[in-house]
Write a protein that binds this ligand. Sequence first.
Ligand code: SIN
Ligand code: FE
Length: 356
Amino acid sequence: MTAAPSPMMPESQAPGMSRVVAVQDQFGAWLIPGRKSPPSKEGGYSDRADAAIERGVRLCAELEAGNILFCDREAVNLYFPRTAFPISAEEREFLLGQKQTSAAYHKNIAYRPGEDRVTGLDKSEAAEAERLRKILRDYSQRATEFLEKLLPPYAGKWKLDFASYRPLEEKGRPARTRARNDLPHVDSFPTRPTNGDRILRLFTNINPSKNRVWITSETFEAIAPRFAEALGIPGAPSGHPAAKWLRALAHRSSRLLPGLAPFIRRSPYDVFMHRCHNAMKEDAAFQAECPKQRWEFPPDATWIVFTDCVSHAVLEGQYALEQTFLVSREALVAPERSPLAALERLAGHSLTIPAV
Ligand code: SIN
Ligand code: FE
């Protein structure tokens, strides 16, 4: 991994800790575009397609084991030329320039692909919002095409969640404890319960000169017993007809009750994961003692990680783009490694709610 300093790649992986897997090392030489492909197999995939699927399964298994997929800019442009990352020079100039001129950019800016809408900006920023919407829409589309090619087992089996632009310097950024991103935690979104589906995030460091610095700690599988003991083992979902009726109503009327419906629809799994997110940040002993590994993601690097399983924190860095995918648990290649499976093993019962 040329762009990444050697401390990023420890030779051995301590149990329960994550490692960084360089995507470019996972490709056979003949997969490079422009090389002649081997002959097609009769009635089946070509060897090239077979290899892409096999590689995808391997990469999904790495992610599900709590590892981080890393792609430097050269790798993305080499293997996926039509989805070239991260952004054009002109887009980058616009994004970096806004921060210096506009007070409205002093927060994360979210893009909602389903609604093609940007949130987190002042009304007075209409012209900039339009440009930003276009940039984030393009990023979201390219990130999606990229992952469809890289991870065929998940393709089309996810819900495209929000994208975001992160224009603030993370070092020393003031925030409430639960909102701090410099304390290792697993992600859980109270307003978007997943019912056991997975939170997969793709980040791109668009800073022209500075690394984005992360630390990771133990994966959810390793920390689950500690926090299950601290928070209590979650109960099974209520099978009472009234509870079922209320959940079905919340499902149907999520447009009418946008603030309330997600909370009614939350499964015991979602409730636990959100409490765990808060408890990890608030547990001073855990924060001090947990084993930590430091990773530096250089300018123009893209990395992909299940943030519901990898305890992560960002220590330094400014200007990043991110796209979140909620991957269906049906699509996992190793469902037994998922946070849901780890928690259900401890609980001894199901923690999801049946589809309505
Ligand atoms: C986080 O998900 O905690 C923040 C990661 C980042 O912005 O680099
Ligand atoms: Fe996070």
